[in-house]
Write a protein that binds this ligand. Structure first.
Ligand SMILES: Cc1cc2nc3c(=O)[nH]c(=O)nc-3n(C[C@H](O)[C@H](O)[C@H](O)COP(=O)(O)OP(=O)(O)OC[C@H]3O[C@@H](n4cnc5c(N)ncnc54)[C@H](O)[C@@H]3O)c2cc1C
Length: 292
């Protein structure tokens, strides 16, 4: 199908883009890589009167550590994240998600900002950002504000951005000693959206207790899910033996709320969540230096 007609603007600065969004109200929409928005337009599930293309705005594409943060510009392509030596070495949880998003064509165009701003519960990066305790920088007419990933995903296709705000940066706590993470995704075939995706990030004390703990779930609810009860339960524990990990997995599966659809029955997906959480935790724990 052809998309409905729309006006198109290609601003060269952030302030120009924000001005356009503010002046046109809800009818204007940002377009980044177009990998989620263009299909929606073609299916006529969205019909914005104006597309504000942010591809020509400088300064929105970077991967760098500064201070306590890893800063990823919103226009950084998935393929750039996948190819980043820094991400591969110190943030394997992000690397693992980046390499299972769609196919190379999608990853060459799709952006980090678009992946989280779209609010699709089936996307992979939101779960990773929830596990990492990331923050997102939203820039609008009155300047910048930061939004915790845990407060960002409000409902299916609804995130905590105002219509005149652009997500400009994703901020992840900088990799620290004794920390490790892992993203695992079960898909029907390569390139598919997840049956279930699980992100686990852990930081250990010198004694091997879980000091910080993050669990994010993809494709098993109306939004990406931060499995807070599972996280709280594991914090302060020293996961010797399999029982603690089993309980963590059980709690996370309990917090998932998958629907029955072409990718499987709800009960099956809950079992997948439990299995993936258990595996992802073990790998994250080993990466953090914990003895298995
Ligand atoms: C064949 C195919 C397979 C796919 N498989 C997967 C998969 O396995 N896993 C996965 O996670 N995703 C998958 N996707 C979805 C897609 O890759 C991601 O959602 C993509 O990263 C979106 O980024 P984008 O830059 O293309 O966003 P766009 O399509 O340009 O925009 C998406 C939405 O986000 C908004 N937006 C974009 N950038 C910003 C910004 N900086 N500030 C404010 N709002 C913004 C837009 O207004 C729009 O509402 C797939 C897509 C296709 C076409």
């Amino acid at each position: 199908m052809l998309p409905p007609s729309f006006e198109y603007a290609s601003p060269k600065s952030l302030s120009e883009a924000i001005g356009l969004l503010a002046s046109r109200g809800e009818g204007a929409k940002v377009i980044a890589g177009g990998q989620s928005l263009i299909p929606l337009l073609k299916l006529r599930l969205a019909s914005p009167s104006l597309l504000v293309d942010i591809n020509r705005i400088p300064g929105l594409n970077r991967i760098e550590e500064s201070g306590d943060l890893l800063r990823i510009g919103a226009m950084t392509r998935m393929a750039e994240v996948e190819a980043s030596a820094l991400i591969r070495k110190d943030y394997p949880i992000i690397h693992e998600a980046s390499e299972v998003i769609g196919d190379p064509l999608v990853r060459n165009l799709g952006t980090m900002g678009g992946n989280v701003s779209h609010g699709d519960p089936n996307n992979d990066m939101p779960a990773v950002m929830l596990a990492l305790g990331a923050e997102f920088v939203a820039t609008g007419p009155v300047g910048e504000r930061t939004i915790k990933a845990g407060d960002f995903f409000m409902d299916t296709f609804t995130v905590a951005l105002n219509h005149d705000e652009i997500l400009t940066e994703l901020r992840v706590p900088r990799c620290r000693p004794r920390s490790g993470g892992c993203y695992l995704k079960l898909e029907q075939k390569v390139g598919d959206f997840a049956i279930a995706g699980v992100a686990v990030q852990v930081r250990l004390t010198k004694e091997g207790e879980c000091e910080e703990m993050g669990v994010g779930l993809a494709a098993v609810g109306p939004t990406a899910i931060k499995a807070r009860r599972a996280e709280d339960w594991m914090r302060g524990k020293r996961p010797m033996g399999g029982e603690a990990v089993q309980e963590l997995a059980r709690l996370a599966a309990d917090e998932s709320n998958p629907s029955t659809d072409i990718r499987g029955m709800s009960a099956f997906k809950k079992q997948v969540v439990a299995l993936l959480v258990s595996r992802a935790f073990k790998r994250a724990y080993q990466r953090a230096g914990g003895a298995s």
